[in-house]
Design a binder for this molecule. Structure first.
Ligand SMILES: CC(C)(COP(=O)(O)OP(=O)(O)OC[C@H]1O[C@@H](n2cnc3c(N)ncnc32)[C@H](O)[C@@H]1OP(=O)(O)O)[C@@H](O)C(=O)NCCC(=O)NCCS
Length: 151
């Protein structure tokens, strides 16, 4: 990312456009109210944290994670198609890695090679599998890898 681009903390007021970005990136997008619920949990014992990448003054993508007692789970992570393949995903992931002292965990569909490569380049390793974890819009089940990054 260039010097004028930014990574900003997420807050609940951004829920409407987080839902719009999510819709551009996933077959089964999350509702605005779901983002609002997650982001209003910041005061709880397992707070949700996240960052928004802004490029050329436009929201380009975001990462959302839950800090648990001994680990941080990536809940969702996306970059809008127009902004993909410019290093924004890598920037968001590195930002999360440098802002947590716990291992990071995530699930990723076994056929999502772009995301898997990105995670592997950032030292995530596959530690397990979840058979038939996702359903696509046609109802076809897809398995997921569980990946972990150790700080
Ligand atoms: C996965 C995702 C977040 C990656 O975001 P991104 O901003 O495109 O990620 P990056 O640009 O850092 O890296 C992606 C690719 O672009 C390449 N790239 C990065 N900067 C580049 C540049 N300036 N020029 C050309 N290619 C570049 C990277 O090398 C990488 O290549 P690869 O796919 O061959 O490994 C994005 O594809 C996405 O939102 N996908 C849909 C949602 C999703 O699957 N989320 C993950 C769920 S687990």
């Amino acid at each position: 990312m260039l010097r004028n681009d930014k990574i900003l903390p997420l807050h609940v007021a951004q829920s409407p456009f987080l839902a719009l970005i999510h819709q551009e990136c996933f077959e089964k997008p999350w509702e605005e109210t779901f983002f609002a619920t997650l982001l209003s949990e910041e005061q709880t014992i397992c707070p949700v944290v996240g960052w928004l990448a802004v490029k050329d003054e436009q929201p380009a993508g975001f990462i959302l994670a839950r800090n648990q007692i001994t680990q941080t789970e990536i809940l969702t992570f996306c970059v809008r198609p127009f902004f993909q393949k410019q290093g924004i995903g890598a920037c968001l992931l590195e930002h999360l890695q440098s802002n947590t002292s716990h291992p990071l965990l995530l699930e990723v569909a076994v056929d999502n090679q772009t995301a898997i490569s990105l995670y592997q380049r950032h030292k995530f390793e596959v530690i397990g599998n979840r058979p038939q974890y996702y359903d696509n819009c046609q109802g076809a089940p897809t398995s997921a890898h569980v990946m972990r990054y150790r700080t």
